[in-house]
Ligand binder design. Structure first.
Ligand code: NAD
Ligand code: LMR
Length: 340
């Protein structure tokens, strides 16, 4: 049997965690032969609810769970962790944009970045889910100067999965028929779901859909899906977010099998994007790493959309600049990605 890996999950008593914890424990993240130790973080008022979640995890008698601990502070919670899902943050309500959460949630991620820097495994892989996810990941990474910025990523896999699912549904195809969809930019309404490289059943996707539908219906539907779910459910997406977080981290650790997936990662300036912002790119994952796909053709239409979402991320960075320690600037700007 393999040595257990330590998995931290913040917001462990929240809605997303109520799905993701049971998936991790069942082996959906790292496989049925990889034991895990769950290190669960919450804020003090939620510790009682978290204890209830722990009771349920115990009651599942998962063979792969080698230990569970609960923590109300990130210093203990991130001790030696190999993987960190940073989910704990306030969700938006109806009528809000994710960026409205910036000031409130941002300070959570500066403290958690420092704790990861000081206590996590030097190989820790971090996925930020809490919104606004891209800029929160920037804050966490910049507060962890002893770790590589590339260890900090944000989740646009939910947008990617939405883009695949909605296209497949429109064409009465299976999700597995859809390949090479790309989400560029921010996990926000400015994100750009790009179908120019996509295929469905090995044929160009854009040749199979109406251009007006693509521009006026599909793009806004994918980009605003989160708000539509809040409107319908009265609460933000939870099960689909948990599934996307599993997909993101599993592919990063075990490889995407040659497939292109979308991950928000520190920009190295590829495609004219501002260096250092956490921008969603097409990536291929292999050997425990991700590589930004280079050479994707960029039409004038695409360039405008990619620039718009880049500008939003630069503006968000400007709004939280006080949470970005200056001394890490050089290292962040020097980040470079292997290319695929
Ligand atoms: P939720 O309110 O059900 O749960 C959040 C939990 O986080 C709560 O239990 C809360 O006590 C806890 N928490 C708050 N501050 C914390 C801290 N400092 N340390 C540890 N725990 C803390 O919310 P949810 O539905 O699980 O969503 C969580 C976050 O994920 C929200 O910000 C939401 O907007 C975001 N989200 C992102 C995506 C994405 O695609 N990136 C998708 C869905 C939701
Ligand atoms: C989503 O995309 O479903 C989440 O980011 C939640 C939200 O606020 O939209």
């Amino acid at each position: 049997m393999k040595q257990p890996l330590r998995i931290a999950v913040t917001g462990a008593a929240g809605a997303i965690s109520y799905t993701i914890l049971f998936k991790i424990a069942a082996g959906e993240l790292l496989g049925k032969d990889q034991p895990v130790i769950l290190q669960l973080l919450e804020i003090p008022p939620a510790m009682k609810a978290l204890n209830g979640v722990v009771m349920e995890l115990i009651d599942c008698a998962f063979p792969l769970v080698a230990g569970i601990s609960t923590h109300d502070n990130p210093e203990d919670g991130f001790k030696d962790v190999d993987v960190a899902f940073l989910i704990g943050a306030r969700p938006r309500g109806p009528g809000m944009e994710r960026a409205d959460l910036l000031k409130e949630n941002a300070k959570i991620f500066s403290g958690q970045g420092k704790a990861l820097n000081n206590f996590a495994s030097r190989q820790v892989r971090v996925l930020v889910v809490g919104n606004p996810a891209n800029t929160n990941a920037l804050i966490a990474g910049r507060n962890a100067p002893d770790l590589d910025p590339r260890q900090f990523t944000a989740m646009t896999r939910l947008d990617h999965n939405r883009a695949v699912g909605i296209l497949a549904n429109h064409l009465s195809a299976a999700p597995t028929d859809v390949e090479n969809v790309i989400i560029w930019g921010n996990h926000s309404p400015t994100q750009y779901p790009d179908l120019h490289k996509a295929t469905v059943k090995d044929l160009p996707a854009l040749a199979q859909v109406d251009r007006t539908w693509y521009e006026n219906d599909y793009i806004p539907t994918v980009a605003k899906r989160g708000a539509a779910i809040i409107d319908a459910r009265g609460a933000s997406s939870a099960a689909s977010a948990a599934q996307a977080a599993i997909d993101h981290m599993r592919d990063w650790m075990l490889g995407s099998g040659g497939k292109v997936v979308s991950m928000a990662v520190p920009s190295d300036g590829s495609y004219g994007i501002a260096s250092g912002v956490i921008y969603s790119y097409p990536v291929v994952c292999a050997d425990g790493d991700y590589r930004v796909l280079q050479g994707v053709p960029v039409s004038d239409f695409s360039r405008g959309k990619m620039a718009e979402t880049n500008h939003e991320l630069v503006d968000e960075r400007g709004a939280i600049v006080d949470l970005l320690p200056a001394e890490t600037e050089v290292k962040f700007n020097a980040v470079s990605h292997p290319t695929a």
